[in-house]
Design a protein around this ligand. Sequence first.
Ligand code: HXC
Length: 510
Amino acid sequence: MSANIAEVERRRAAAKLGGGQKRIDAQHVKGRLTARERLEVLLDEDSFEEIDMYVEHNCVDFGMAEQHIPGDGVVTGSGTINGRLVYVFSQDFTVFGGSLSERHAEKICKVMDAAMKVGAPVIGLNDSGGARIQEGVASLGGYAEVFQRNVLASGVIPQLSLIMGPCAGGAVYSPSMTDFIFMVEDSSYMFVTGPEVVKTVTNEVVTQEELGGASTHTVKSGVADLACENDIVALLQARDFIDFLPASNREDVPERPTNDPWDRLEESLDTIIPASANQPYDMHEVIRKTVDEGEFFEIQPRHAANIICGFGRVEGRTVGVVANQPMVLAGVLDIDSSKKAARFVRFCDAFNIPIVTLVDVPGFLPGTAQEHNGIIKHGAKLLFAYAEATVPKITVITRKAYGGAYDVMASKHLRGDLNYAWPTAEIAVMGAKGAVEIIFRQDRDNPEKIAEKTKEYEDRFANPFVAASKGFIDEVIMPHSTRKRIALGLRKLRNKELANPWKKHDNIPL
Ligand code: HXC
C-alpha cells in the first residue's frame, strides 16, 4: 500500500514540476508566476481541486512521442473565491510554451462543461504560444471546441479571462468571446497576427506592446477591460470582481453584508452641479456617494471614458452602473462609448443585475469621423441593449438629457422602471443656443432677439418639469436623497417580472 501511495506522490510531484525548474525560473525572471502559483493567489487557500493532472498529449510527430509532460500545459479544476465555487484553467508556459494541443483543449472543455452543468463561473488564465505547432489541425480543432463552448456558455455563466503572457493568432478569439478580459501590463499581449507578419504584409514596424499590449487594448481598442500592474494584482482584482457576479443566469445577485445605511443622505450632492451648464464635474463622485461604502469596480476606465460602466452594491446587492461622464468630451455619446455601454448593459441583463443609469448627456457626437464609421449602427447598439433589457432599470438625470441620447439612456419610453431627475435636469431636444439658432434662423443678425429667445427656450426646457408633467419623469428628487431613492426602488423591483416576446434570438445591430 505504501508503495502505491509513494507512486501517487511521485507522479503528483512530477506533474507539479511542469516543464522543469529551469523553465519555472525563466518564468520568474520575466516577473511572471507559474500556472499553479497563479491559482494559489486566485483561489481561497487550500480550495483548489485539480483534475486531469496526468493527461498527456497524443502526438507522435516531430519528436513528440518521446516528450511527455503530465498535465500537457494546462492546470484545470475548481476551487472557491470567498467561499463561492468557480472553475478554472491555467495555462502552463513551462510546458511546450503553454501551447494548445488536442488533449490540452479537452481539459479546458471538461471544466467548461462541468461549470455549465452546475452553474458556476469559468476563469481562464491565459499564457500560451498558441496552437501546438507539432499537432497541426488537431490543435485547431481543439480551439474550435473551446470556442463553441464559449458561445454556448455566454449569458449562462460568467466567463472571465486573464491574459498573463502571450495570446496570439486565433487563440485570441476564446478570451474575446468571454465576458471580461483583464491583462497584465508589460507582460501580456493579444493580437491576431504578430509584428513579423504585420511587417511583411503592411510594411509597418511595430512592437508587440504597441500592437497588442495591455495599454493598447484597455485604452485604444477596448478589447480588454482592465490593465493590471502585475500577475498578483490581476489575480486579486479577479477575486474582487467575481464577488460582484451571480454564479449563473439561474441565480440572483450575491448579497454581502454592509454597514452603510441604505438611507444615508449626501448633502454635498446638492451643490455638485456647477452654476454654468458648460462646466464639468466628476460623475465618479456621484457614483461613489450612491453605492455601498463608495466601493465601485469600474471596467474599461481608460477606454471611452466619456461613459462610466462598472459594478457597485446597494444594500449589499450588486448593481450595474452606467453613467455619462461630463469630465470627458462633455459626456457625449460616440461610437466607442455606445459600444462599451451596450455590452455592459447586455451583460447585466443576461445575469439579472439591476441597472442604475446616471444621465448627463449633451447628445451624440457630430462629425464625419463618427458618421463614416457608423455611429448610427453603433449608437443603436446601446439603444437596443437598454430597450431589450428586462432587469430593474432606475435612471437619474442629473443635468443634461438632450436629443436622441435622452431616449437612449434608459428613458421611461425604453421601459425604465423608475425615472428620476434632479432639480438641475434639463430635458430637451437640444441645448437652448442650438435650438434658437435653428428655429429663429431668420433673426441670426439680431443678437438681442436671439438672446431673448434663448432665455425663453431655457426657461421652458432647462428644467425637469416639462418631462415630469408628461409622466416621463416619475419624480424630481433631491440630489442628497439619491442613494435612498435608489435603494427603495431596488427593494420594490426585486420581484420584477417582465419578458420579451418569444424569438430565437434578436438581431442587435452588430
Ligand atoms: C509548440 C511551442 C509553441 C507552440 C512556444 N513553444 N510556442 N511549442 N507550439 N505554438 C515552445 C518553444 O518551442 C519553447 O520550447 C517553449 O515553448 C518556450 O518558447 P520560447 O520561444 O523559448 O519563449 P519566448 O521567447 O518567451 O517566446 C514565446 C513566443 C514564441 C513568443 C510565444 O514561443 C512563439 O512565437 N511561439 C510560436 C507562436 C506561434 O506562432 N503560435 C502558433 C500561432 S497560430 P523549449 O523546449 O525550447 O522550452 C495559432 C492558431 C490558432 O495559434 C488558431 C485557432 C483558431
